[in-house]
Design a protein around this ligand. Structure first.
Ligand SMILES: Cc1cc2nc3c(=O)[nH]c(=O)nc-3n(C[C@H](O)[C@H](O)[C@H](O)COP(=O)(O)OP(=O)(O)OC[C@H]3O[C@@H](n4cnc5c(N)ncnc54)[C@H](O)[C@@H]3O)c2cc1C
Ligand SMILES: *[C@@H]1O[C@H](CO)[C@@H](O)[C@H](O)[C@H]1NC(C)=O
Ligand SMILES: *[C@@H]1O[C@H](CO)[C@@H](O)[C@H](O)[C@H]1NC(C)=O
Ligand SMILES: *[C@@H]1O[C@H](CO)[C@@H](O)[C@H](O)[C@H]1NC(C)=O
Ligand SMILES: *[C@@H]1O[C@H](CO)[C@@H](O)[C@H](O)[C@H]1NC(C)=O
Length: 480
């Protein structure tokens, strides 16, 4: 039998795949590896999503790569700047030679010795083999957004747009736009569309917590005195630690956190819009993702009186507007359905292990990285309550440690084995109570509350485990 062509194949060239390429190149200079990317560009999420005003809600000191410091003074960046930053990072470290664009992985199978990936591009299909695979495929379905059932939407005579597929030639000039949703996307769209629309209404079923963060930071005098690299370290540490403290604060004294957050919102609202009911969520802060708005741009749009918020339930959409159950009616020329992502792990790629089809929903995750009974395969999961990239890099640190361990001991396979999972307490691999996470729970792998069968547990504990944790607990190494 032929030895595999590659040591490692990485699937996906988004933030996680680019980071994986850097870590592999740095830690294993002699490795043969490649990144297979189905799109025609790198960047993943930041290449796919093109709605007006798109930006991060994390700061780029932690959302960017540790090995390619974000050197701007604005922590939150626009989509286009993130795309350029990712390109610059890949170019600066000569990673592109490993990336094969327009290469879609159709299936993956393990035959007991190696992985075979069926790969397709515009002109051909080929099988590529590797000792090890890394799924850097993100966490949602690229082709289907979450299907929110909006009664009567098909009767609407105007334009209906989902932010995941924003039309290149959209013209919102003097249109009455209703955005259905209240997450990060809706909040980004409001100020941006308000610029030339006749009106923009954010129609939400339930309210969200907002926090206005300063983004247009003028470089302060001390920032100008310090060298770039020191400045970066200070900013990265700040953005690592302060959100954790805030998170813990929200967990311990939710009522105080709630009061503070609402106080903050109150200060920004124009007289006609009240905290109750529009900004009074039914859950505690950080049970769902908090919505950051840079320099309060969302509130500025509300104060401009072009934008407004409506809290209510849709009874029926008809040809020219939306009827709410409250009796209120919203006239619309355009409806934007910012109703969320459809979660999907491993990009839904069909996987088989020695001829048997793998059902990921039956498997526990091993330290948020591997799946029970799946040999030589890692999946890159980031954080959902902190910058994704921080978790994605921890995943690579742990992957590299496992590969080094195998190399040192002459092992050919590593596979998580759980003898009996019947008394493990289960919880979601993504620990947030948002609608889209809840709805997806049944399609995701399992996670528990104790190592090694956990998902992400927090930056410092996961970093500690990746650096010094016991690799052999629940992970079986073997050699042929
Ligand atoms: C609008 C938006 C804003 C966001 N903002 C933030 C933020 O501010 N902070 C934060 O932490 N997170 C944010 N996220 C989450 C974000 O998706 C992640 O942080 C990050 O971009 C994920 O990177 P990734 O490389 O893991 O996955 P992705 O960016 O999803 O990349 C996955 C890649 O895999 C490729 N792929 C999939 N299937 C296949 C296949 N079969 N064969 C080959 N290639 C394949 C895809 O084409 C894609 O390039 C945001 C998400 C969205 C949608
Ligand atoms: C900041 O980083 C970019 C790469 O993204 C680089 O082109 C630019 O020169 C850097 N600027 C400074 C001041 O270092
Ligand atoms: C398809 O893949 C093959 C092998 O990697 C490559 O030679 C060819 O140029 C690719 N075609 C396209 C259109 O990318
Ligand atoms: C569309 O409108 C017609 C006529 O008002 C109505 O009978 C029908 O139920 C509507 N369709 C949907 C999907 O609501
Ligand atoms: C994220 O959640 C974990 C618990 O799931 C917590 O330990 C950690 O501090 C949180 N991180 C941030 C930045 O909020």
């Amino acid at each position: 039998m032929q030895p595999p062509t590659f040591d490692v194949l990485v699937i996906g060239a988004g933030i996680s795949g680019i980071n994986a390429a850097y870590r592999l190149q740095t830690e294993f200079p002699h490795y043969r590896f490649a990144i297979l990317e189905s799109r025609n560009n790198i960047g993943g999420t930041w290449d796919l999503f093109r709605y007006p005003g798109i930006r991060s809600d994390s700061d780029l000191y932690t959302f960017g790569f540790q090995w390619f410091p974000w050197n701007q003074s604005n922590p939150i960046a626009e989509g286009g700047d993130i795309r350029r930053y990712l390109e610059d990072a890949a170019t600066a470290h000569d990673l592109k030679r490993h990336i094969r664009l327009n290469h879609r992985v159709q299936s993956a199978s393990w035959d007991g010795r190696q992985w075979t990936l069926a790969v397709k591009n515009d002109t051909m299909t080929e099988d590529l083999s590797a000792r090890f695979v890394i799924f850097a495929t993100g966490y949602y379905d690229y082709h289907n957004p979450l299907d929110a059932t909006i009664p009567g939407l098909s009767n609407f005579s105007g334009e209906v747009i989902h932010p995941q597929f924003w039309p290149e030639k959209f013209d919102g000039l003097n249109k009455r736009i209703v955005i259905i949703g209240s997450g990060a996307t809706a909040v980004t769209l409001v100020p941006s569309l308000s610029e030339n629309a006749a009106s923009v209404t954010m129609l939400q079923r339930s309210p969200t917590y907002f926090i206005s963060v300063a983004n247009a930071l003028a470089n302060s005098w001390w920032a100008r005195l310090l060298p770039q690299s020191v400045m970066y370290s200070v900013r990265r540490l700040w953005h690592l630690v302060v959100p954790q403290i805030f998170y813990q604060f929200c967990q311990r004294v939710p009522s105080v956190a709630r009061w503070l957050l609402q106080k903050g919102v109150q200060a920004h609202l124009p007289p006609g819009i009240s905290v109750n009911p529009h900004f009074q969520p039914h859950y505690n802060p950080w049970e769902q993702r908090l919505c950051a708005c840079p320099d309060g741009d969302f509130f500025a749009a509300l104060r401009s009186t072009k934008a407004t918020v409506e809290t209510g339930v849709i009874e029926q959409v008809d040809s020219d507007g939306i009827q709410l159950t409250s009796g209120k009616r919203l006239e619309a020329d355009v409806i934007v359905t910012a109703t969320g992502l459809k979660m999907q792990m491993l990009a839904g790629i069909p996987i088989s292990i020695q001829g048997e089809k793998l059902d990921i929903t039956e498997k526990y995750t091993w330290n948020g990285l591997m799946l029970q009974d799946v040999p030589n395969a890692c999946l890159v999961l980031g954080f959902v309550n902190a910058s994704w990239t921080l978790g994605a890099d921890i995943a690579m640190k742990l992957t590299c440690r496992i590969l080094k361990h195998m190399q040192a001991k002459g092992y050919s396979t590593a596979m998580p084995v759980l003898e009996d999972g019947s008394d493990l307490e289960t919880r979601s691999v993504m620990d947030l109570r948002s609608t889209y996470v809840k709805r997806a729970a049944k399609d995701l792998p399992r996670a528990s509350t104790q190592r090694p069968w956990v998902s992400r547990t927090g930056y410092f504990s996961d970093l500690y485990f990746a650096s010094l944790g016991d690799l052999t607990q629940g992970l079986v190494f073997s050699s042929r």
